[in-house]
Design a protein around this ligand. Structure first.
Ligand SMILES: Nc1ncnc2c1ncn2[C@@H]1O[C@H](COP(=O)(O)OP(=O)(O)OP(=O)(O)O)[C@@H](O)[C@H]1O
Length: 244
């Protein structure tokens, strides 16, 4: 028997005025999988994440999490079903320390499954992400890499089954990138299924089991990462038609 996807969308469309940012997209994420979502700037990746996580309403289409229809649910209800995300621009609480930020995520992130010991849960995820030496720092004292790690740790502290990573590895140096890739692999190993949006193709090839490629809001390729990136429509989308 074929397994059912943990998260699935069909024919999802989202417009902003006259602009169709996401245009009839189908996508499935299976348990234990890292799926890459790629495409040129403005191709609709972040809008699709916003729709799938309930932060934006869609115009048409359906979204299911473990078979439950969620496309009309607000973000906090989708989160209660075990869906978490990061943002391209980290948004920690500036007046809280690293560990307090993670505790807040653990406490409020998924109210239906609040852990009995929020402090212990937060400390566990801070250690998991390798941030224990920074636990009592203020977010302002962190580097960009560390702020992105905090963002990711906050998402983990909500105990998701599905995690959307929106460009968490962008802007890092080579060593930070290697550490970030290793961390995402560890997240997969603890049983969290991941959709990763990333522009760095080396990262995509290293991490992803499967790829979905968007251009102008439409899926133009899907499948094994290397084959997708060699697809002539994908090359044309990235380089412009004249280079295809
Ligand atoms: N709130 C909004 N209002 C109007 N247009 C928007 C809004 N958000 C996104 N768009 C437009 O929708 C299209 C898709 O944008 P989106 O940010 O989803 O693309 P993206 O693939 O995530 O891009 P990038 O790789 O640069 O982050 C773009 O043309 C963008 O300008």
């Amino acid at each position: 028997m074929t397994a059912s996807p943990i998260l699935s969308c069909r024919d999802v469309t989202k417009t902003f005025g006259g602009l169709t940012a996401v245009d009839g997209v189908d996508l499935d994420l299976y348990e234990g999988e890292i799926r890459g979502l790629v495409g040129p700037n403005g191709s609709g990746k972040s809008t699709l994440i916003n729709v799938l996580t309930g932060f934006l309403s869609l115009d048409s289409g359906s979204v299911t999490v473990d078979g439950t229809r969620v496309e009309r649910l607000p973000a906090h209800r989708v989160s209660e079903l075990g869906v978490a995300r990061t943002y391209q621009i980290p948004r920690p609480f500036a007046t809280l320390s690293v560990i307090e930020n993670v505790q807040a995520a653990s406490y409020f992130g998924n109210a239906k499954q609040r852990p009995t010991d929020v402090r212990e849960e937060a400390a566990r995820w801070v250690a998991f992400a390798g941030m224990q030496d920074l636990a009592h720092e203020a977010p302002d004292a962190l580097t960009l890499h560390q702020r992105k790690l905090l963002e990711l740790t906050r998402a983990l502290a909500t105990r998701p089954r599905v995690l959307f990573l929106d460009e968490v590895l962008t802007g890092l140096n080579q060593q930070e990138l290697a550490e970030g890739i290793a961390l995402v692999k560890r997240i997969k190993e603890v049983g969290i299924s991941i959709i990763v949006v990333e522009h760095i193709m080396r990262v995509i090839l290293d991490l992803c089991d499967h790829l979905t490629v968007l251009n102008f809001g439409k899926v133009i390729a899907r499948g094994a990462p290397r084959e997708c990136l060699e697809d002539e429509d994908v090359i044309a989308a990235y380089l412009g038609k004249s280079h295809a």
